[in-house]
Design a protein around this ligand. Structure first.
Ligand code: CP
Length: 359
């Protein structure tokens, strides 16, 4: 290749097709009547856990995300002059960049920390003291940290909202918002009750709910919308897949929960296939379920969608990317819009976007 132009450079860049798939958020928008009141309840809140949300708030967040996704240039940027402190003390591609993209698209400015060693933390400064400084420098904090407790240490001193962007093995609430937003774009009727038995979905989780924060948060959101779910099947090669009360959070809502060790057997029954192999623990990551792989040859049900929080490894073959089962790229793309919706809500800018009178 020396002294030659790489053949890929002779290909024109494909135009960015923003309208692709736009009918999905449009359909979601048409399913949900506008009601800003549930979002006003979230104004100026810290967001650490999915347990903080109710069904109406999730529904209205998804509606606002769909509004942003269908008509991104319709609004005056509501966060002009506001500063986001984006503190990622653990690696991230999607969460940091989609939060920053969301804040930029809303017109705000950003200060980003991607390595705690470049801050006073390297000199032993406490997170509580760092948070005290953040109060003076920004308007909202997004934090990722490998310690489950760090976000709570910061909250002790914060007088501006903080969003948990992944705290150790505990939770990743905004990833789960992106998951649920994707599911509702696929099947908006799953938001509501009285769904006929044949329209309910079987959800497969290939992963370990006790170890994976993305799965833990997704299961909590699914427990808010039990009536569209026929069954949740956790597929894992370990026996201790649930933490204390994790399973009960689902079964107490009437959701049937089973555990299987056989992916091939279960796959033809699954309408939603959520797969994840990585759990970030401490300064490194664990890989789970190495014998479970999805490929274009896997016995997937017709019409089934695959979700993955990404980054992917061998568990998700790239030959699935060109198939209709690929909803994981839509899931990553939609994360920008659902985060825009959440940021607009927490910064009390809802009235600039929604013009319906508050009841
Ligand atoms: N889904 C997710 O959390 O991805 P990142 O680790 O790249 O942020």
């Amino acid at each position: 290749m020396v002294n030659q132009v790489h053949p890929l450079l002779n290909e024109p860049i494909q135009p960015k097709d923003w309208s692709s798939g736009i009918e999905r958020p449009q359909s979601l928008l048409e399913h949900i009547p506008e009601n800003p009141a549930p979002l006003m309840e979230l104004a100026n809140q810290h967001i650490v856990s999915v347990r903080q949300f109710n069904q109406d708030q999730v529904t209205q967040l998804c509606r606002l995300a769909a509004l942003y996704e269908t008509t991104p240039s319709l609004y005056q940027p509501p966060l002009t002059g506001k500063i986001l402190i984006s503190a990622f003390y653990e690696p991230s591609t999607r969460t940091r960049l989609s939060f920053e993209s969301a804040w930029h698209r809303l017109g705000g400015d950003i200060m980003s920390i991607t390595d705690p060693a470049t801050t006073g933390i390297a000199k032993g400064e406490s997170l509580k003291d760092v948070a005290e400084m953040f109060n003076n420098y920004g308007d909202l904090v997004v934090l990722r940290d490998n310690n489950n407790e760090s976000v709570y240490q910061m909250i002790e001193a914060l007088r501006i909202p903080i969003i948990n962007a992944g705290n150790g093995t505990d939770e990743h609430p905004t990833q789960a918002l992106a998951d649920i937003y994707t599911i509702f774009k696929w099947r908006p009727e799953l938001m509501y009750g009285n769904i006929a038995e044949e329209k309910r979905v079987t959800v497969g989780i290939i992963g370990v709910p006790a170890r994976m924060r993305t799965v833990r948060s997704l299961l909590l959101f699914l427990s808010l919308f039990p009536r569209g779910i026929r069954e949740i099947v956790v597929i894992s090669d370990t026996t201790d897949v649930f933490d204390e009360e994790q399973r009960e959070d689902l079964t107490n809502k009437g959701i049937k929960v089973t555990v299987s060790h056989n992916l091939e057997d279960k796959l033809p029954e699954l309408d939603i296939v959520y797969i994840n192999a990585i759990a970030w623990v401490g300064d490194s990551f664990e890989t789970h379920g190495s014998k479970f792989n999805l490929t274009a040859e896997s016995p997937l049900k017709k019409g089934a969608i695959i979700l993955h929080p990404l980054a992917r490894g061998k568990e998700l073959a790239t030959d699935l990317d060109e198939t209709a089962h690929n909803w994981y790229f839509a899931q990553a793309r939609g994360a920008v819009f659902i985060r825009m919706a959440l940021l607009t809500t927490l910064t009390q800018r809802i009235n600039q976007i929604m013009d319906a009178p508050l009841t």
